[in-house]
Design a protein around this ligand. Structure first.
Ligand code: SF4
Ligand code: SF4
Length: 97
């Protein structure tokens, strides 16, 4: 029987999306930020599977995924594993926030 994605245990340093660990925040030292190109994304969810810190969140059809920037450390694994190149890593200095 298929297990809904909300029930699958998290890997990495963040134990679950419901139990974000304030002591493990890594977003503040990230140097590159993952950005999604929604036109390229085929919603295969590979990035969600591979993110070691469970920072990829599955969203809606129009906005298929988002990144939890509080914990994303910009490792780029999601971009490397995306089969269609829909994720780019952009330098944090390019952003105001
Ligand atoms: S860059 Fe991608 S794989 Fe790495 S932590 Fe951030 S969302 Fe996860
Ligand atoms: S791996 Fe790429 S194509 Fe698949 S859901 Fe993630 S961004 Fe979209």
């Amino acid at each position: 029987m298929a297990v809904p994605y909300e029930k699958i245990p998290f890997a990495g340093t963040v134990s679950s999306p419901q139990k974000e660990n304030e002591g493990m925040i890594t977003g503040h030292w990230r140097t590159r930020r993952p950005i999604l190109d929604t036109d390229k994304c085929i919603q295969c969810q590979t990035c969600w599977i591979f993110c070691p810190d469970s920072c990829v969140k599955l969203m809606t059809k129009d906005n298929p995924i988002s990144f939890n920037l509080k914990y994303c450390k910009g490792c780029g694994i999601c971009a490397e594993e995306c089969p269609v190149g829909a994720i780019s890593l952009v330098p944090e200095l390019d952003f105001e926030d």
